[in-house]
Ligand binder design. Structure first.
Ligand SMILES: NC(=O)C1=CN([C@@H]2O[C@H](COP(=O)(O)OP(=O)(O)OC[C@H]3O[C@@H](n4cnc5c(N)ncnc54)[C@H](OP(=O)(O)O)[C@@H]3O)[C@@H](O)[C@H]2O)C=CC1
Ligand SMILES: CC(=O)[C@@H](O)[C@H](O)COP(=O)(O)O
Ligand SMILES: [Mn+2]
Length: 391
């Protein structure tokens, strides 16, 4: 039985991962969450008989009370559960050596768990793209084997599948697809008053709030550009972003012979999740395949980089220094939180990112360590809050 530690279990990725796990073949060794959804976490503990949980906030007593309440509602004895509490608790679980660690937390808070899982030799099913983007060379260096990180992110899962069609030397380009987000086709002047609710209305995916707002600004695609560069060792300039509104082709690889290999499936994260857990084997019937007995059209169009600047900013960050990606992400986390709270306009998000990146005095790759990453992030969070007027 494959042992699985699931980080971010109460979120969009986490709950879908538990749906996949319910089909059998996995023993859930531990769960980690933030603590904002204790009832759901307790249901997961009882339903999957999980012996160990971590919450970054709250108390062990609150978790145990929630588990006891769920057990009582289900008419079963309250299972014994060990509870770890604090910001370091998820990393402690991640470093315990389960066969697979699925990192499904949101934000660069996932960096230490990512490093802990890699150092423990676990296969890391990575949804938490921020940890890779922010940690960069530190994460790549922590790998014990080349294929230890298996992407959950749908585009990178698609690329990993397509890359099996040739050698690294035969890769000409990665083609990263983007839905274009809820505001695709609008001009900047039409976006001045957009609301959080409008930004959260993603046209093709149902996801957590941060990645959804990031999809609206295209910062998600910018992060994914850097993620692909780091995962597959392909130069940023050899990665092309193309808008594909249907979100059925999840990305493509162009090879030197002129072939482009694509991966297509209906937009359903249970496929990349299930594949990452079983990699390199393909799981049986993870999702329904595309229907070929119905008329459908797939369209591709260039990204409007003047209106949606997330990709351009990511290219600038990747080229600038080893800490600029961490600064981009940290400032973005602050701005997205302020936007979701109604304290910042949508357009101000990338305006502030542009200024924070321009002001940052980057650290060269040779000097990169956790301390310099955290220092860069702290500076970026503070500066972003100053510029957003939310200090
Ligand atoms: N959702 C999707 O379809 C996709 C998501 N991703 C990526 O996957 C990651 C997760 O996204 P998503 O599931 O949408 O996010 P959600 O916001 O839905 O879930 C985030 C999860 O992280 C938990 N969490 C928050 N802070 C901590 C912490 N300090 N320690 C441990 N757990 C914590 C939350 O717990 P709680 O809420 O209980 O506090 C929740 O379980 C992101 O990096 C995202 O970019 C990538 C591709 C697709
Ligand atoms: C499902 C997934 O992988 C998300 O990252 C998705 O790609 C976001 O959609 P966008 O293509 O709009 O960024
Ligand atoms: Mn994605």
């Amino acid at each position: 039985m494959t042992t699985l530690t699931l980080l971010g279990s109460t979120g969009s990725i986490g709950t879908q991962a538990l749906e996949v796990v319910s089909r059998g073949g996995y023993e859930v060794a531990a769960l980690a969450a933030g603590g904002a959804n204790l009832r759901l976490l307790a249901e997961q503990v009882v339903d999957h008989e999980v012996p160990l949980v971590a919450v970054s906030r709250g108390s062990a007593a609150d978790v145990r009370d929630a588990v006891a309440a769920v057990a009582a509602d289900r008419g079963v004895p309250a299972p014994p559960v060990e509870v770890l509490v604090g910001e370091g608790a998820a990393a402690e679980l991640a470093g315990a050596g389960s066969d697979v660690v699925l990192n499904g937390v949101t934000g660069s808070v996932g960096l230490e768990p990512t490093l802990a899982a890699l150092r423990a030799g676990s296969s890391l099913a990575l949804a938490n793209k921020e940890s890779l983007v922010v940690g960069g060379a530190l994460v790549r260096a922590a790998r014990q084997r080349p294929d230890q990180i298996v992407p959950v992110d749908s585009e990178h899962s698609a690329m990993a599948q397509a890359l099996r069609s040739g050698t690294h030397a035969e890769v000409a380009r990665l083609v990263l697809t983007a839905s274009g987000g809820p505001f695709r086709g609008k001009r900047r002047e039409e976006l001045t008053g957009v609301t959080a609710a409008e930004a959260l209305a993603h046209p093709t995916w149902a996801m957590g709030p941060v990645v959804t707002v990031n999809s609206a600004t295209l910062v998600n695609k910018g992060l994914e550009l850097i993620e692909a560069h780091l995962l597959f060792d392909v130069a940023v300039e050899d990665i092309t972003v193309v808008v594909h509104p249907q979100s059925v082709v999840h990305s493509m690889v162009e090879f030197v012979d002129g072939s482009t290999i694509a991966q297509a499936s209906p937009p359903d994260m249970r496929l990349p999740i299930a594949l990452a857990l079983s990699w390199p084997a393909r799981p049986q019937r993870a999702v329904a395949a595309c229907r070929w007995d119905e008329a459908t059209s797939w369209t591709f169009e260039p990204l409007d980089e003047d209106t949606f600047r997330g990709v351009r900013l990511a290219r600038q960050a990747a080229a600038a220094s080893a800490t600029h990606p961490a600064v981009l992400n940290a400032a973005n986390e602050e701005c997205v939180a302020a936007f979701l709270d109604g304290r910042l306009s949508f357009l101000a998000i990338t305006d502030i990112l542009e200024q924070v990146l321009a002001e940052h005095e980057g650290v060269p790759a040779a000097s990169l360590d956790l301390a310099t990453v955290h220092a860069a992030e702290a500076w970026a969070r503070h500066r972003a809050r100053e510029l957003a007027g939310t200090r």
